[in-house]
Design a protein around this ligand. Structure first.
Ligand SMILES: [Zn+2]
Length: 416
């Protein structure tokens, strides 16, 4: 049987209804969601998702990290499954679509395939990854990280929330410790549909982001040491001003990112000024530099340039300077074949599209280490996310899910 034509579309109203129904679980205070990982609300959302999957004829498997895998069988029992999914957990003041669209869009793909009575050679699996957000238990993408071998399960189980509760105990408390070994599943491919969480697609008037790369990043913590002194009585020539050093380095970080366009970004996001007093020249400033690029060589070059610049500024001002890397992800290159399939699907369906780099981390970035992976992005209003006011249109949700449908059917191979 030839691949389905461009008239095959998902049921947009059914998808939108499901998104709205899930948003009622763990509601926020301003129209969004507070369905943080391993809370009672997360448990309730999981039960609803499981009921929906079973109603769609799928069988639910759960691993020891609570990752959920709903399987629609294929015709060839030996064929590796095609995965699609994202996460149902949210930020404390999160939106209704971040992650949720990727899970419920995947469910809608299966519902549509069922409606059409299509069979595929490869099984199709809809996935909900545990604790993508990392808001309650740092770091983000924790369970997909264990799946991909980035973290051990012991490490994950011992993460604590701000109240000192352990991840492993909370997972057991809500009843979602499964029996599957984490990472045992082998994948033919994994697709993650996600809202962009940035402003580019909307500004460019495109319905679909074809995600080619994920940004790599370095977080550098810089400590500048000068001398606390009175802002009024210390002559300018005698000051050792750590605040001035921080300001100059902040400017240099911006320039360095600008010199590595396109796609490179950099900023100083967190600043602790000591003693942080109106009339004291700062004797010490501790701040973090966040630099990102989808290319390893650029990322490493930026880090070297930032470090050189920081030491030069410090030397000029007579400051002590120490730099410690406190966070890192390698850039991600998504599977070129899958990227091509997503692009061709958008093309076939007549949706405007552009290549895009994911500025944020996603489960697909970790899974890319163990399976061919890519993402489909749809716009979100004003690029706003991690905010209860996060908004998308039903048309954007449908377009992204249509592309997911066609891409997954192509890889899963429609038969008969
Ligand atoms: Zn997300």
């Amino acid at each position: 049987m030839p691949a389905p034509g461009e008239n095959l579309r998902i049921n947009s109203a059914r998808l939108w209804d499901s998104l709205n129904e899930m948003a009622l679980i763990g509601p926020g205070v301003a129209g969004g969601c507070n369905r943080q990982t391993l809370t009672d609300a997360d448990g309730e959302g999981r039960h609803l998702f499981k009921r929906w999957c079973e109603a769609a004829g799928m069988t639910m498997g759960v691993d020891t990290m609570g990752n959920m895998f709903a399987t629609r069988p294929g015709t060839d029992p030996d064929a590796l499954p095609v995965y699609m999914g994202s996460h149902l957990d949210t930020q404390p003041t999160g939106g209704r679509y971040d992650g949720v669209l990727g899970v419920l869009g995947a469910l809608e793909v299966v519902r549509t395939i069922n409606d059409m009575g299509l069979k595929t050679k490869h099984p199709i699996v809809v996935t909900n990854w545990t604790n993508e957000e990392g808001a309650r238990f740092a770091p983000a993408m924790l369970a997909s990280g264990v799946f991909a071998g980035i973290h051990t399960q012991d490490y994950a189980y011992n993460r604590t929330d701000p109240e000192g509760k352990r991840f492993g105990e909370e997972l057991a408390r809500i009843g979602w410790v499964g029996d599957e070994v984490v990472g045992a599943r082998k994948m033919k491919a994994m697709f993650e549909l996600h809202i962009e969480q940035g402003p580019i697609l909307e500004a460019e008037g495109k319905s679909i982001g074809v995600v080619t790369h994920g940004q790599g990043l370095w977080w550098l913590e810089i400590t500048l040491t000068g001398k606390d002194a009175h802002t009024g009585s210390t002559p300018m020539a005698m000051r050792v001003n750590a605040g001035l050093g921080m300001a100059r380095i902040t400017e240099r970080v911006h320039q360095i990112a600008m010199s590595h366009q396109p796609n490179a970004v950099g900023a100083v996001g967190q600043v602790f000024v000591h003693p942080n007093s109106r009339n004291v020249i700062p004797g010490k400033v501790v701040f973090t530099v966040d630099i990102r690029s989808p290319e390893q060589a650029k990322l490493d070059a930026m880090r070297a340039e930032v470090e050189r610049a920081a030491h030069a500024v410090a030397a000029e001002l007579g400051l002590g300077c120490s730099i410690e890397p406190v966070g890192h992800f390698d850039p991600v290159t998504f599977d070129p074949e899958l990227v091509g399939i997503v692009r061709a699907s958008a093309e076939k369906l007549g949706y405007s599209h552009m290549d895009i780099v994911s500025g944020a981390g996603h489960d697909a970035c970790w899974i890319n280490r163990v399976a061919p992976t890519t993402m489909v992005m749809c716009p979100c209003v004003d690029g706003l996310s991690h905010n209860e006011a996060e908004e998308i249109s039903p048309e954007w949700a449908a377009a992204g899910t249509d592309v997911l449908l066609h891409a997954v059917l192509q890889v899963a191979e429609v038969v008969e």
